[in-house]
Structures are given as C-alpha cells and as structure tokens.
Design a protein around this ligand. Structure first.
Ligand code: GLN
Length: 276
C-alpha cells in the first residue's frame, strides 16, 4: 500500500465521519510521523508493514467513533500543541473566541483564573501571550489537572498554577482581575450527548443539569466575590443561552455585558465587568 492507496482506503472507510478526508490525513500523518505536505509530495511512497498496520488500526478505531484527537493524543489550540486524553474535553476552535476576547482586556501583571481548565487550553493560551500575568487553573478532576500540568511544562509555561476543586472553591485568591471558563453547559437530556465524538468525552465536562446552566449559575455567583472591582468575567455557553446568561450576569451585579459570536455565527461567549 502506498500513500495514495492509503488515503483512498481511509477516506472510503470513514464516510460516516463529518470530515473523512481530514481525519484520514491526520491519522496517516500520525502513522508515518510526517506533516500533511509529505502526503501530497510522495503519493507513490510505500508504507512499511508497521506503518500500514498502525494506520489500519487507527482507521478501524475511528470507524468505531473514537475521536481523532484521542487516537493521535494531541490537538492544536491557539498557538499550542496540547496533549489530549479521555480525561478532558477536546479543545474546540470556538473556544479560541473566548481567548481572543480575554486578550483584549489582558494587561501585564494581571491575575486570572481559568475554571474547569481541562487540558489547560484557555489558561495556557493566555499565559503564553502574556508572560507577566499569573494564571490559576482549576479543575475538579485530578486526572484532567495532570494533563493540564503536562501541557504547561511541555509548552515551557511557568506562569500557571494549578488547583484542584470545584470552580472557585479551589482558589484562595479573592482579588482576581479576570475569570475565564468553558464550563459544561449542555442540557442533561440532550440527545447529542449519546451521538458522535462527544460520547468519548467526560460527561462532567459537557452536561450541566436540566437547562445546562447549573454550573454557569454557580460560577457567576462565586465570581462576583472573587473578582476585584472592574474585574472581568468571560463564560462560554450554548448557542441559545446568551439571553439567560446575560440575565444571570445582570442579576449578580455585572455591567458592560455583551455576548459574542463564534466561527459558526452562534452566540458563544458572554462577557461582563464588575462596577468600580
Ligand atoms: N461546545 C461543546 C459541544 O457542543 C460543549 C463544550 C462544553 O460543554 N463546554 O460539543
């Protein structure tokens, strides 16, 4: 089997995936330890037996629904390469919106908390852009925190501190400049939770009560007590939750409240500030 044959075989096998061609290229690059351009430059190159075996095994696992990021063990987010395991949510491109909004308000020396950090995607992106800020990254899951810590050291980021616990209960600092979070926000009975790639992700990172807002409600109330006057709160939420999340921000006393659209043109992040 050469590279062109492997691409044909993989794409045909993955017709149930939303992105057969990209999935197949990523899995073939992983098997050959090469970059995508190599596949197009050397289509006639033969795979070794080991490479072919590994590739066929990965294609079979993908056919069973396993996410590509779990098969390769990594996912790119912002400018970083992050290790990903079944213990964390797989970082989504839409969450980069939250990072870019937070960066607009981030200044040197700020103290930031990322709640439910998972793989560390948000915390590490902010830490990488502003070396003089301090980021506290919390997660209730010790297994997730281990992944986030690995990602910090693998990306040579040493301005991040890790805390285990539920939302802000893990953080003893009560004068934060900024709080950011991509908490679980899917309705517990949403049928999508039993379909596609999300079946392989931790349910605790996805679902949050009957209306999906249980954790967001808790975070907003806790944030009010842990932010400095004029401190900022950034929360990712579902495409249909902006109005309810804005109302929760307002009820907690936040001002300058706004919601922002993701790459798919859906409201995805709401931002608010405490008054002076
Ligand atoms: N946006 C993710 C999804 O729809 C959910 C992430 C989350 O709950 N924080 O799969």
């Amino acid at each position: 089997m050469n590279i062109a044959d492997a691409l044909n075989y993989g794409q045909t096998a993955l017709t149930d995936s939303d992105s057969p061609s990209i999935d197949c290229q990523v899995l073939l690059c992983h098997s050959l330890e090469c970059v995508t351009s190599y596949l197009h430059t050397w289509p006639e190159k033969e795979l070794s037996n080991e490479q072919q075996q590994l590739f066929e095994q990965l294609i079979a696992q993908r056919q069973n629904g396993q996410p590509v990021a779990h098969l390769t063990g990594q996912r790119g987010f912002w400018t970083l390469d992050l290790k990903v395991t079944a213990d964390t949510l797989i970082p989504r491109p839409d969450t980069e919106l939250l990072v870019s909004l937070a960066l607009e308000k981030l200044t040197p020396q700020m103290t930031i908390a990322d709640l439910g950090t998972g793989s560390g995607a948000i915390a590490l992106s902010l830490a990488s852009e502003e070396a003089n800020c301090t980021v506290f990254a919390s997660d209730a899951s010790p297994a997730a925190l281990a992944v986030a810590k690995y990602n910090a050291s693998n990306n040579q980021l040493n301005n991040v501190q890790f805390w285990q616990g539920s939302w802000l209960s893990a953080i003893s600092v009560h004068c934060l400049d900024m709080i950011v979070s991509n908490p679980p926000y899917i309705e517990a009975d949403d049928e999508h939770l039993s379909q596609g790639d999300v079946r392989f992700e931790p349910i605790t990172a996805l679902a949050s009560g009957a209306d999906g807002l249980d954790d967001i409600r808790e975070i907003i109330v806790q944030a009010k007590h842990c932010l400095k006057p004029e401190g900022w709160l950034f929360i990712e939420h579902g495409y249909h939750q902006a109005k309810q999340v804005q109302e929760l921000f307002f009820a907690a006393g936040f001002i300058t409240i706004s919601s922002h659209k993701d790459y798919g043109d859906n409201d995805r992040v709401t931002v608010g500030q405490l008054p002076l």
